[in-house]
Design a binder for this molecule. Structure first.
Ligand code: FAD
Length: 427
């Protein structure tokens, strides 16, 4: 027993979805309630998915989903990584931008004599000046915490010329999420600033975990011995019967007192479609707006800037009219040719692709804040709860842990782990 159970005593709790939010909820409730986690995939972690890329007989751990964590704003995630003694360090984040039909590539921040010289052209200096003006404005947006202004509004507030906005800023944001330009312009500027770290106060340094981020998820699973974790378990729509919530998993019924939906909004909505008493939940999930991304892990250097000396952690090819493209140099630390590219719609993955992943991403538009409030107001209704990055805060990994904490604070108030995580997140 890790702490007192909720006001209603020890409960049978099902958690549907074994991404960071689901696994963290399970770890927080371990020993407090009788917890079962159902994950339909063959691995824990959801968007945290470390795979092994084989290059020249070497295995390199590479992230297929979430990769970039920062020292600012990730107190919960880093607290857990440290609690389990996982080795971590930081590396400076440098990005390249390729523009003008591939004629110009420059790095931000300039990190060597070569990339600095590349920035000394008048057209590039002008763009850098405006990016700096945008970052200065972003500082105030981040501090105010106001979701209302869109990216388009932020651009207008800085007085940025149209050519810089249309050729640099909007495609840069669009390529970061693998979305269309209009979708990028409509995002909440606050969310974009927080997720991309577009601020001037800190030079961004990304956190690297030895062996990959998947190790911290595995550590949480291993440290929750009373939880029944089930992989490859697909859950069918919830039925309400005799005061219990019945989940059919691979054809077999299981009764629970509480169900935490820690999968995405589409699957959560589908799970609430089986009983009219869950209609309010279903409507709340249906209101969430999303975008799609397809990510290929490959070895094709043609997706990178033409000159190798311009290769950075993240490389934004803004020359493509249809949809600009991002390629992460996953092998940067070792110099190996391992890349991760956000493919354009209908684009074939390169022949050297070893892993391909499809993701549904939440569109962090200003209205999403109201959708989160609607979900928050429903928490616990009919014994159903919602966890997941999209239910709390901005589109980053820390939000997944925040969402788990919110649910656990209600289901296991006073539990030791709950108090500990709350302190990590707020501290
Ligand atoms: C491509 C990509 C890159 C990202 N990069 C970053 C980054 O660099 N930094 C950052 O901070 N954040 C990043 N994010 C945000 C990321 O979404 C969050 O970091 C977080 O990992 C989301 O966790 P979650 O538990 O809310 O959802 P998920 O990880 O999506 O977990 C949901 C789980 O539910 C399971 N599931 C769904 N339906 C069912 C069902 N019916 N039955 C059983 N199981 C089901 C799924 O298989 C999945 O495992 C990225 C997201 C994407 C898509």
């Amino acid at each position: 027993m890790k702490g007192p159970a909720g006001a209603r005593g020890r409960r049978r709790v099902a958690i549907v979805g074994g991404g960071a939010a689901g696994v963290m909820t399970a770890w927080l409730l371990d020993g407090v309630h009788d917890v079962t986690v159902f994950e339909r995939a063959a691995h824990w972690g959801g968007h945290i998915h470390t795979v092994q890329a084989e290059v020249g007989g070497q295995a390199l751990p590479v992230e297929m989903g979430a990769e970039f964590l920062f020292e600012e704003g990730y107190g919960g995630t880093l607290g857990v990584i440290d609690r389990f003694g996982l080795e971590r360090w930081t590396r400076p984040m440098v990005v390249s931008l390729t523009l003008d039909q591939g004629q110009t590539t420059f790095a931000m921040p300039p990190y060597s004599v070569v990339t600095t010289l590349a920035s000394l052209r008048p057209a590039t200096l002008r763009r850098l000046w405006w990016l700096r003006a945008l970052a200065a404005r972003a500082e105030a947006i981040a501090d105010a915490g106001d979701w209302t202004p869109t990216v388009r509004d932020l651009i207008a507030q800085t007085g940025m010329p149209t050519d810089v906005a249309e050729a640099v800023v909007i495609p840069l944001i669009a390529s970061s999420w693998g979305i269309e330009r209009e979708q990028a312009a409509a995002l909440s500027a606050y969310c974009v600033v927080r997720v991309m770290g577009l601020r001037l106060k800190h030079r961004p340094h990304a956190v690297v975990v030895q062996g990959g981020l998947g190790r911290y998820i595995d550590a949480l699973v291993a440290d929750a011995p009373a939880v029944d974790f089930r992989l490859g378990a697909t859950v069918e729509p919830i039925l309400v019967r005799d005061g219990a919530l019945c989940l059919r998993v691979d054809g077999r019924p299981h009764d629970f007192d509480e169900v935490v939906l820690a999968c995405d909004w589409h699957n959560s909505g589908a799970l609430c479609a089986g009983d009219g008493r869950l209609a309010a939940w279903r409507a709340a999930f249906a209101a969430v707006q999303d975008t799609h991304a397809r990510v290929a892990l490959h070895r094709d250097p043609r997706f990178m800037p033409r000159r190798r000396r311009h290769w950075c952690n993240a490389n934004f090819d803004l020359t493509l009219d249809a949809r600009p493209r991002t390629t992460i140099w996953s092998g940067r630390a070792t110099g190996l040719p391992v890349f991760r590219t956000w493919l354009r719609p209908g684009e074939d993955p390169p022949p050297s692709t070893s892993h391909l992943a499809e993701y549904r991403h939440v569109a962090m538009v200003p209205e999403h804040l109201h959708r989160q409030a609607r979900i928050a107001a429903l928490q616990g209704d009919g014994g159903v709860w919602a966890a997941g990055m999209y239910t709390a805060g901005v589109d980053n990994h820390e939000s997944a842990l925040r969402s788990a904490l919110r649910v656990a604070e209600r289901l296991a108030p006073g539990a030791e782990r709950v108090a500990w995580l709350a302190q990590q997140i707020s501290g």
